[in-house]
Design a binder for this molecule. Structure first.
Ligand code: RP5
Length: 163
């Protein structure tokens, strides 16, 4: 059995619609992951415990999604040396621009790699995590090459007007 590689966390189950796109990619590439709710504001002690245990549990990266006052990725990054990939979840009133600003505007010294708002950001965070793991895994790098090639071929096959 492959040991756990990537943690996917989010502030609420309401973030799942967005974050499932990260999980889909990780599944597609056969990455061992876990997914759970870890809320910065509603369960701060659990958040710190998760961050403090992450390196020792072998996590190679944490994909963290949150919406609104999206403090989860930044606070995780503050408490772990494991790379944190932040996904801004679309919010009800400000469409996720608030989430994006909350996640991307980290102070110098505590980075969070921040992705696009919504589904594309979630999928890309997972693809970025796959690329990181592929640095030390030739078979995974080949999988990534095949994925990119299929994407290129699909784009080349596009015809206008779209059906
Ligand atoms: C954030 O508050 C969560 O990440 C979520 O995006 C947002 C709203 O949460 P719910 O009120 O839907 O649980 O912490």
């Amino acid at each position: 059995m492959t040991s756990l590689q990537i943690g996917v966390v989010m502030g609420s189950s309401s973030d799942w619609d967005t974050m499932q796109h990260a999980v889909e990619i990780l599944s597609q590439f056969g990455i061992a992951y876990e997914a759970q709710v870890v809320s910065a504001h509603r369960m701060p002690d659990d958040m710190f415990a998760y961050a403090e245990a992450a390196a020792g549990r072998g996590l190679q990266a944490i994909i963290a999604g949150a919406g609104g006052a999206a403090h989860l990725p930044g606070m995780l990054a503050a408490k772990t040396p494991v790379p944190v990939l932040g996904v801004p979840v679309p919010s009800r009133h400000l469409q996720g621009v608030d989430s994006l600003h909350s996640i991307v505007q980290m102070p110098k010294g505590v980075p969070v790699a921040t992705f696009a708002i919504g589904a594309a950001g979630a999928a890309n965070a997972a693809l970025f995590a796959v690329a990181m793991l592929a640095n030390h895994n030739p078979a995974l790098r080949e999988q990534l090459r095949v994925f990119r090639k299929a994407q290129t071929e699909a784009a080349r096959a596009m015809r206008l007007p779209p059906e």
